[in-house]
Design a protein around this ligand. Sequence first.
Ligand SMILES: [Zn+2]
Length: 292
Amino acid sequence: MRFRRGASIDTSQVSDRRGLGGGAPIALGGTGLVGLLIFLAVQLLGGGGGGDGTGIGSPFSLGAGPGQATEQDLSAECRTGADAEQRQDCRIVAVVNSVQEYWGGTVSGYREADTVLFERQVSTGCGAATSAVGPFYCPADATVYLDLSFYAELSQRFGARGGPFAEAYVVAHEYGHHVQHLLGTDQQVGGDRAGAESGSVRLELQADCYAGVWSAHAERTSLIEDLTDDDIAVGLDAASVIGDDYIQSHFGGGVDPESWTHGSSEQRQRWFSVGHDTGDPRRCDTFSAAQL
Ligand SMILES: [Zn+2]
């Protein structure tokens, strides 16, 4: 993945709250909120990874107290595609820009969603969350939340090849959830939240498909100059290590499709490929698909 060196980065789409994660614990929310957060937050890890949602239920938020901490401004560091080539955070901003440029020209009435970079813990419109839940999209505030340490984990714990396009795939997947929210597709999940054919799996596979659709058009957005077959292979590799079956077996459990929330490695790769190969979001209708 190569960025156009002279193309401008729009940092207004990303808030940098790294370094603000150490706030004092404050009680927040009730059980209903926590339940909602578990569903909405565990978009990538699916409650797998040996994780039991550690920290999801912890009632804390950022201290609002005598705060010296303020949000960082990325605009000084991330100016052009050349900065995206050098720095991971600038690269994420550039990918966010590219993904939203594509969807803005594709979905009528598209409204931009911010990404918040955080470390360790963050308060969101869906409640408080820790990094343990992995990257997620919160519909209540239409925001993507991302702790960049997830990417190291993807390589080190999950065994992904990693690399810039693995990072981009994760961002594009989360923006797929934003598109679903704008279109109302997320309403179709209802209470059908686990199992190989569940609404949750269909929602997740559609977000993978949307990530693939973006990748098909990425070189026609202003910031991305080149995506290679190897980039796509890196994205598929990342999709495979966060498949429910891979996670269950990799972390020493039995493979149990009844508990799936995101789909198998093979399914996640397949639906990303459907999006990438067709470039057509209408082909991402996982809710009608007879076979996932
Ligand atoms: Zn997801």
